[in-house]
Structure formats: structure tokens, C-alpha cells
Design a protein around this ligand. Structure first.
Ligand code: ADP
Length: 475
């Protein structure tokens, strides 16, 4: 079985200690990834600091050109990288390809943005002074990414960090490190100065601890669970380390009777079932206005039943496996809990029989009570709880009754209602008649316990820049 190396200070490092990587479609390991201990991570931070001295001096335009070269390398190897994403994560190959496509777009967008770390000049209040605001790169950044979008969520941190003039150490999730190794190969081929980008793997808590406690690491950008986010917040307290946190979600979908029903069904399907429901912006609960409830359910269930479940490498597959056995158990628990509390199971509801991997049937539950686990917790599975509502205010109140606030979706053709929804829904991203809101040039992140800060867009690069006020006496 092949052991993949890590990328440290411009070189490839293979270690005897290595973690297995499991294909969730078979439940079997297919490769291994090298791992490093905390001392080696400390060395990586020091090397990144050494690299930072030169990298920050490189012009934004030239840094952007490096990012464009990485994008080009990734494009050249799109199929291979997509296949690796499918092998380690399980998602259908077409979705792996889409993930590589979005990663390339992020790189290209931040390649341009690198030249736009604008400051400003502020008019003086007293004679003899001038005020400038300048933006400078923070320094070494740590990037911690999850397994559900193993490539793009790493790139979403690495690209703006490098564009800003920071150097960056990426730690992918234990389950899905290999697409990041291929990404590191692209960085290497683009001839980025050594130490500007490094890839580590190993014990998450040890690596996290080093990034938190080492004062040379000036910033951590993290995507993952709210629980781990809370751990990082606690760990960041003593060093007052700046964090960007993109945490859990529990997205509501509101479907109003004035919506285009076909589009609403289609939008809810993609918001729910993309990535087999394992997305932080996945639709977790669907509320439908009562007059169209039955019609919506009929069409939605028909489409859910027609979804093609299987190994993501097989053609035409739309739903892959869940990431592991725990995810499968949690999915079963959410369905059993909902049914016990009075929900009607309309299709699916259990792990797929006679499959070795971690497959769960696309599931639709109707009339799910608010106390159901799937109405309160992040389900991360192809399970769609649907229920009816009568009034817009009630729908908004139920949508907002969550500690999370990452994304929300609404389907309506009433413009006034659309404005009320965008003002009143408590979410960082709101898709109105749109089930796939994410795009490189728009801010991505949540409110409430869904996190701190924003990725992508100008905000995404600002997260790696210090803002300095220069007061200049010229009298
Ligand atoms: P999930 O529940 O989706 O696996 P996690 O929050 O556990 O989400 O994982 C997201 C990322 O955070 C992964 O790269 C994981 O290895 C990392 N991680 C987990 N625990 C810690 C920790 N204590 N410190 C730093 N990173 C961690």
C-alpha cells in the first residue's frame, strides 16, 4: 500500500509512522499518509517564519502569478485529483470534479485579489498630520480543514493566506489527507519559495496545540465542528490568537406557496443531497407552506427515491457513502428518533443492505416535530425532514430557533417577502431561489454558533491582514 509523503520546507518527507486512509465506499484502507510529531510541526512553523520574511516582500502581482500557476497545475491534473477526493471521501466523481473546479476558481480569484490589499487615506482633523491605513500580512498562518470538502476547504484558506503575503501550514483531516498531498504537488510544481506552503498530518490535538501555543503562528483558520471550534477558542485565549472559524450549520429551507414549485423542489434537493448531505450548508430541515405541502412532498419523495446510490467512482452515481460507521449510526439514530417522536417515514430510513461501505438510503421524513434530533442537530446525512407551516412569521421564527446560523434557503416569487426574509433570517448566507449559494467572490461564513469571520471575497483575504493606522506628523 502506497504511503504518501508530507511537504515540509520545500521537500517531501516520508515517515515510518503513517495513518491509513479508508475508502468509505468499501470500508477498507487503500493508502497511508506520513505523520509528524509536535516537534516537527514546531520546525515547520519556524521554517514558515523564515520564509515569511521574503514572501511578504514579493509583490501582490507576483504572488498572484504563483497562485495562477498552482491553479494551472490543478487544472492539468483535475481528473486525478477528483478521483482521489472520491476515493478518500466517497463523493460521486462529478462532485469531486466540481470541487476541483471550485478550488481552481478560488485560486484564480485570490490570484487577482493579491494585488488589491488596499489601504486608505483618511482626512486629518488637525493641521500638520496625515492618516494612512495600511494592510500588512499577519505572518505564519495555520489552516485546519475538514473531510467533507477535503480540497476546496483547504484551498479556501491557503489561497487568501498566500495572496495576503502570509506563509501557511495546512493540516487536512485524518480521513482525507491525500487530495491535499496532490495539492502540495501542484504547489511544488509551481515552484513556490520553500516554506511558504507546508503540509502536515498527524495527531490533530498535537498539531492544533502547537499552532495555538507557538507565538510565531499568528493566525488560525479552521473549518470543522462547533465542538472543535470551541476547543480552539479555549486554546487561543492565553495567546489571544486570532481565529477564523467556519463551524456547524443546521440550515432551514422555507418553501412558500407563491414559489415556482419545480424550482423549489430542485433547489431543496440539491441543498439537501449534494455531497450526500455532508455539507455544513446542507439543508437540514424543510418547512413548506401548508397549501403546497402535499404536492411538494410528492415530488420531493419521487426525486429522492430516484437518486442513484453507489460507489462514487461508478458512472451516474448521485449519492455516495457516508464518511464512516459513526456517521451511519448517527443517521440511523436521527431517523429512529424522528419516527419515535411522531414523524412519518416516506422513503429510505436505513443503511443500505448488502453493501460493504457506509451507505445510507436517501430518506424523507414528514411531519417531523421540532424536538426531533434532525430538527436541532447537524445531521450530515441524506435525510430530509419536512414539515408544514401556516404563516411567514411562524416560518421565520422556526427557522431561527437554532444555535446555528450558517446558511438558510427560501423559495418565493414575492419580492417584498424576499426582502423580509433576507433581513430577518439569522444566517450568514441566504439562498433565495438558489440551493447553491457559494461562489469565490462572495463572503462565506456564519452567525451565532456557526463561527467567526468570513472566507472568500475581500473578507477572506482581510482575515490574513493586519490593519495599521499610521499617523504622520508633517508639520
Ligand atoms: P468533524 O466532526 O467534521 O470530523 P472536526 O472538528 O473533528 O470535525 O474536524 C475538523 C478538523 O479539525 C480536522 O482537520 C480535524 O483533524 C481537526 N481537529 C480535530 N480536533 C482538533 C484539535 N483538538 N485541535 C486542532 N484541530 C483539530
Amino acid at each position: 500500500m502506497k504511503t504518501y509523503p508530507l511537504y515540509l520546507n520545500g521537500g517531501w518527507v516520508r515517515t515510518p509512522a503513517a495513518n491509513p486512509v479508508i475508502n468509505p465506499a468499501t470500508g477498507k484502507p487503500f493508502a497511508r499518509v506520513s505523520t509528524v510529531d509536535r516537534a516537527r510541526v514546531r520546525q515547520a512553523v519556524e521554517d514558515a517564519q523564515a520564509a515569511f520574511r521574503a514572501w511578504r516582500q514579493v509583490t501582490g502581482k507576483a504572488r498572484g502569478e504563483f497562485l495562477s500557476k498552482i491553479a494551472w497545475q490543478l487544472e492539468r491534473r483535475c481528473d486525478e485529483v477528483a478521483r482521489m477526493i472520491t476515493l478518500e471521501n466517497g463523493k460521486p466523481l462529478a462532485q469531486g470534479q466540481a470541487e476541483v473546479g471550485m478550488s481552481i476558481d478560488h485560486l484564480r480569484w485570490f490570484a487577482e485579489e493579491a494585488r488589491r490589499a488596499y489601504g486608505r487615506i483618511i482626512p486629518n482633523q488637525v493641521d500638520g498630520k496625515r492618516h494612512l491605513v495600511v494592510k500588512t500580512p499577519m505572518g505564519v498562518a495555520g489552516a485546519i480543514s475538514p473531510w467533507n470538502f477535503p480540497l476546496v476547504l483547504g484551498v479556501r484558506k491557503v489561497a487568501p493566506a498566500l495572496a495576503a503575503g502570509c506563509t501557511v501550514i495546512l493540516k487536512p483531516a485524518r480521513q482525507t489527507p491525500l487530495s491535499s498531498v496532490l495539492f502540495a504537488e501542484c504547489v511544488d510544481a509551481a515552484k513556490l519559495p520553500k516554506g511558504a506552503f507546508q503540509l502536515v498530518a498527524g495527531s490533530a490535538s498535537e498539531i492544533g496545540q502547537e499552532l495555538l501555543e507557538n507565538p510565531l503562528c499568528r493566525k488560525i483558520s479552521f473549518t470543522g465542528s462547533t465542538e472543535t471550534g470551541q476547543l480552539l477558542i479555549r486554546g487561543a485565549a492565553s495567546g489571544v490568537k486570532p481565529l477564523s472559524l467556519e463551524l456547524g450549520g443546521q440550515a432551514p429551507v422555507l418553501v412558500f406557496k407563491d414559489a415556482d414549485l419545480e424550482k423549489a423542489v430542485e433547489g431543496a434537493m440539491i441543498a439537501k443531497f449534494r455531497n450526500t448531505g455532508q455539507s455544513c450548508i446542507a439543508a437540514n430541515r424543510i418547512y413548506v407552506e401548508r397549501p403546497i405541502y402535499r404536492k411538494f412532498l410528492e415530488r420531493f419523495v419521487a426525486k429522492a427515491k430516484a437518486l442513484n446510490v453507489g460507489d462514487g467512482l461508478e458512472p451516474e452515481v448521485q449519492i455516495g457513502p457516508l464518511i464512516d460507521k459513526n456517521a451511519l449510526d448517527k443517521a440511523s439514530e436521527h431517523v429512529e428518533d424522528a419516527v419515535r417522536k411522531g414523524a412519518r417515514l416516506l422513503c429510505g430510513g436505513k443503511p443500505l443492505p448488502r453493501r460493504k461501505g457506509f451507505f445510507f438510503e436517501p430518506t424523507v421524513l414528514a411531519d417531523v416535530p421540532a424536538q426531533g434530533l434532525c430538527m436541532r442537530e447537524e445531521t450530515f446525512a441524506p435525510i430530509a425532514p419536512v414539515c408544514a407551516f401556516d404563516k411567514e412569521e411562524e416560518a421565520i421564527e422556526r427557522a431561527n430557533a437554532s444555535n446555528y446560523g450558517l446558511s438558510a434557503y427560501a423559495f418565493t416569487n414575492d419580492l417584498r417577502r424576499a426582502f423580509r426574509l433576507m433581513e430577518n433570517l439569522e444566517a450568514g448566507m441566504i439562498g433565495i431561489n438558489d440551493g447553491v449559494p457559494t461562489t469565490s467572490q462572495c463572503p462565506f461564513g456564519g452567525v451565532k454558533q456557526s463561527g467567526w469571520g468570513r472566507e472568500l471575497a475581500t473578507e477572506g483575504m482581510d482575515a490574513f491582514l493586519d490593519t495599521k493606522h499610521i499617523s504622520l506628523g508633517i508639520g
